[in-house]
Write a protein that binds this ligand. Structure first.
Ligand SMILES: NC(=O)c1ccc[n+]([C@@H]2O[C@H](COP(=O)([O-])OP(=O)(O)OC[C@H]3O[C@@H](n4cnc5c(N)ncnc54)[C@H](O)[C@@H]3O)[C@@H](O)[C@H]2O)c1
Ligand SMILES: O=P(O)(O)OC[C@H](O)CO
Length: 341
């Protein structure tokens, strides 16, 4: 009997950021037990002593079924499955640390959203290289960590090439107000999650510039067209990209300053107005869209796909173009048909 044939009831959550902590809480609500594995022993001790992860999820008390564990070997030996919730650019290093102690058949649920800079690999490809042979799933969709932690109704998607694995992982997290749908389109789910953060920076910048809701709707819709084009070139199911992990997450992230990516876009515009550059605070909450502006567009260029909004965000965050001129360049693109057909 393989591990995924029996219920996954013990979940090791690698990475104790806002999302890892919220997922551990979601697992507990689903009747599972969770071990949060932060990077440092000190952080594990603090979480265990305070019964919170105050720096990442302020005001949220951990349920009894969630504990912190500093030693990844102990956590993975205990676990039925692991959720990988580090930022995308830390995924390879985090998996390398797990490699000597990760059981060869342990199911892994990737919870980061991004494309690796340099290699241009999706998270499932990075994890397959760093921890070969393990059954892989991805959990994605519109889900602010704070809202999940507070048990506000949320729907996500769990994708795996094996439907049985997707269903097992979904069951490990499902509760009355946390509803995972399943999918076998791992590729589509990963592309949507990685690219939406870049478009969210554009929407935040538009808000910071004082533009209106017309602009936001245009950016979301044309951003989705870019993401769908990338998905089509890479072989994703187009329906996935209008589902929870595509349009769903794009809508959420592009609509609120609660999104770190959207908020960073607002900060970019404010900084531009004051004639200075903006960058995410070192050691602060992860802003995936900044690095992913580069890695997602690099992937698109490799596949011969145009992503003008994502390219504009990349040019601005790389300091190659001012926000004003990036917007003018977007608006001055030749008139064209809305759809390919
Ligand atoms: N916060 C959310 O609402 C949310 C929701 C869905 C998905 N996500 C995704 O989850 C991922 C993590 O985001 P987050 O919000 O938890 O980030 P966060 O900014 O709250 O915390 C990041 C955490 O990762 C840890 N970390 C960094 N490098 C590490 C390494 N090499 N090994 C282990 N841990 C490391 C940091 O110590 C920190 O605790 C991102 O890809 C993000 O897009 C976040
Ligand atoms: O705060 P953001 O922009 O990283 O978005 C968090 C989640 O990805 C929303 O689904």
């Amino acid at each position: 009997m393989s591990r995924t044939d029996r219920p996954l009831r013990r979940i090791a959550v690698i990475g104790a950021g806002a999302w890892g902590t919220a997922l551990a809480i979601a697992a507990a609500r689903a009747g599972s037990e969770a071990l949060l594995v932060p990077r440092s022993a000190e952080h594990a001790r603090r979480i265990e002593a305070e019964r919170r992860n105050e720096a990442r999820l302020p005001g949220i008390v951990l349920p009894d079924a969630v504990h912190a564990e500093a030693d990844p070997a102990a956590a993975l030996a205990w676990a039925d499955a692991a959720a990988l919730a580090t930022p995308s650019q830390a995924m390879r290093a985090s998996c390398a640390r797990l490699a000597p102690v990760c059981p060869p058949d342990l199911p892994l649920a990737i919870c980061a959203k991004g494309v690796e800079a340099g290699s241009g690999l999706l998270m499932s490809e990075v994890v397959a290289e760093a921890l070969p042979g393990r059954p892989l799933a991805a959990l994605s969709g519109p889900s602010f960590a704070d809202e999940v932690a507070r048990d506000l109704p949320t729907a996500v998607v769990v994708a795996a090439r094996s439907r049985a694995l997707a269903e097992s992982v979904a069951r490990a997290f499902a509760s009355a107000r946390f509803r995972p749908y399943v999918s076998t389109d791992l590729l589509g789910v990963e592309i949507g999650g990685a690219a939406k953060n870049v478009v969210a920076i554009a929407c935040g910048a538009a808000q910071g510039l004082g533009y209106g809701l017309n602009t936001r709707a245009a950016l979301i819709t044309r951003g989705l067209a870019e993401i769908r084009a990338l998905g089509a070139a890479m072989g994703a199911d187009p329906e996935t990209l209008t589902g929870l992990s595509g349009l769903g997450d794009l809508t959420l992230t592009c609509s609120s300053e609660q999104s770190r990516n959207f908020a960073f876009g607002v900060a970019l515009a404010r900084a531009a107005a004051e004639g200075r550059a903006a960058a995410p605070a070192p050691g602060g909450p992860v802003v995936e869209g900044v690095v992913n502006a580069r890695s997602v567009t690099a992937l698109a260029r490799r596949h011969g796909v145009e992503m003008p909004i994502c390219e504009a965000v990349r040019a601005v965050v790389e300091g190659r173009e001012s926000l004003d001129s990036a917007i003018l360049a977007l608006l001055a693109r030749p008139l064209k048909a809305e759809t390919a057909r």
